[in-house]
Design a protein. Structure first.
Length: 506
């Protein structure tokens, strides 16, 4: 194709040179970006951990959908990105003016949450009614701050890295954020579990884990403050190579970007491309918890994935720094859809095993790991390819806003089918109380609201006649196949456009 031929034009020659450029000169910048993205992953992982905790406290899927709204700031940050991109103190620096205050606010929010989180969640086996709306508002605020930090770091990456190594921004984002997410989700859930700690880390059993949520939040609040101080003192910020737009001009440019034909096309593709797998991905672990799989074991499943999560973006870095990074995303979609069947399969197997003591056979965990490893490989390939494409086409003059617009479309394309999928899974399901009359088969809060009596308290047994999870898996795969049939070639052609075609003033 034209863009793959280095003889066609000088921009293509530059693209080919990017593939083979050394990173030695930008190594410190790459490490710093990875650290900042790691910090960004901490609040996101904590929110996911709390979601698991809510499920083990028998919070229903409609309430889970309400809590999942706390993820939405990542899909709405476009509205304040131009302000962040344009307003700053010249003496401090365009990006450091925001990075310092935002990270300090995250540290304060984590510390304050640590003081109240025990009362907010209540005991794991208790019947306390949890204020899910309040929890959602708290984590919405935390995610809002993390999303603002994302705007800052995305924009800073374009100026911090040299032009020939700007493709490394996607690798920094993926490796850093996934590492932070792993620490605050998988690692934390394992160390928070008394059964895991007693089995593997202690000689004398204890009823509590090594690291509770309060201590974890306070630890990372302190780390946030330390990193912020060091960055503000030690890191010099380069002066912008192009004139920085005013707030009004940035919002005007944002409108122009949104109406720019290539951008409209890629935004539409982002908003629709994830409908095939988003609900399956978000529901799988919740369904496994329903089937009796301990949440700390699910966390352990992701530990062996850490090397893959780090190595895969590095292995793909040459491809995403080259002229056609979005091809990595497109070619990863079919196997990702196929692996949704694998995820549904292990959920079904967990149900069939009907384990009541949390002790599943080793062959089940082996199969679960293989399926999740294959799925996550396709997921990270999609992420790296998408971010690499964004870095390639973004206009450095309004880098933060341009990158945020494209990343916002990507995030929104995942979050809306996820929230919808969680909300409707119970509506698509049919449960009946067997061996008795008058029992109710749903969660504690629904029972309290309706004044009905639990099925088990009537001496009955809840049986699922139709599971909405499997309906969503099949519907998603079918929709994903339709998307590939309709839009694969259109998405490929967007990469043939010259970089000037993506600029607002072009």
């Amino acid at each position: 194709m034209p863009s793959e031929n280095p003889k066609n034009s000088s921009p293509n020659k530059e693209s080919v040179k990017i593939t083979h450029s050394p990173i030695r000169d930008d190594l410190r910048a790459i490490l710093l970006l990875m650290l900042l993205y790691l910090l960004q992953g901490i609040p996101l992982g904590v929110a996911s951990s709390v979601q698991y905790m809510l499920r083990t406290r028998h919070i229903g899927y409609k309430q889970q959908a309400i809590f999942s709204l706390s993820d939405w700031p990542y899909s709405l940050k476009l509205f304040w990105a131009p302000f962040v991109d344009s307003v700053f103190f010249k003496r401090i620096g365009r990006r450091k003016s925001w990075l310092g205050p935002v990270q300090v606010l995250i540290a304060i929010a984590l510390w304050l949450l640590s003081l109240e989180v025990g009362d907010l969640l209540g005991p794991e086996n208790g019947d306390k009614e949890i204020n899910v709306i309040l929890l959602a508002l708290i984590f919405f605020t935390l995610t809002f701050l993390a999303a603002t930090q994302d705007i800052v770091v995305d924009g800073w990456a374009l100026n911090m890295l040299s032009k020939r190594n700007v493709g490394w921004a996607s690798t920094c984002n993926t490796v850093g954020q996934s590492t932070g997410y792993f620490i605050s989700n998988a690692l934390f859930l394992a160390l928070e579990s008394s059964s895991f700690c007693n089995a593997h880390l202690r000689s004398v059993p204890n009823s509590n884990g090594i690291w509770n949520l309060k201590g974890f939040l306070q630890t990372w609040a302190i780390i946030y403050v330390i990193v912020t101080i060091l960055v503000l003192i030690l890191k010099r910020e380069k002066k912008p190579q192009v004139a920085v737009s005013s707030v009004n001009k940035s919002y005007s440019q944002l409108c122009k970007i949104l109406t720019h034909p290539p951008v409209k096309q890629i935004v539409f593709l982002h908003l629709t491309s994830k409908v095939g797998y988003a609900a399956t991905e978000i529901l799988t672990n919740l369904r496994l918890i329903d089937a009796g799989v301990p949440r700390h074991n699910l966390a352990l499943m992701s530990m062996p994935m850490v090397p893959i999560n780090i190595i895969l973006p590095l292995a793909l870095s040459k491809l995403v720094a080259g002229p056609r990074p979005f091809t990595v995303f497109l070619k990863s979609l079919p196997p990702r859809l196929l692996m949704c069947l694998g995820l549904a399969g292990v959920v079904y197997w967990a149900k069939v095993l009907n384990v009541t003591d949390g002790v599943f056979p080793s062959k089940f965990y082996f199969a679960l790991f293989i399926v999740q490893a294959l799925y996550q490989t396709t997921a990270y390939a999609c992420t790296v390819g998408t971010i690499g494409f964004h870095c390639k086409v973004a206009d450095p003059g309004i880098g933060g806003t341009y990158m945020t617009l494209l990343n916002t479309a990507t995030n929104l394309g995942f979050i809306w089918p996820s929230t919808l999928g969680i909300y409707i899974v119970d509506l698509l399901s049919d449960k009946q109380c067997k061996n008795t009359e008058g029992g109710y088969c749903y969660n504690q809060q629904q029972i309290q609201a309706s004044k009905r009596i639990k099925c088990v308290e009537r001496g009955g047994e809840c049986r699922t006649l139709i599971d909405g999870f499997y309906i969503e898996v099949i519907m998603g795969i079918l929709l994903g196949c339709v998307w590939l049939k309709l839009f694969y070639r259109k998405a490929e052609k967007l990469q043939d456009l010259a970089s000037e075609d993506w600029q607002v003033g072009a």
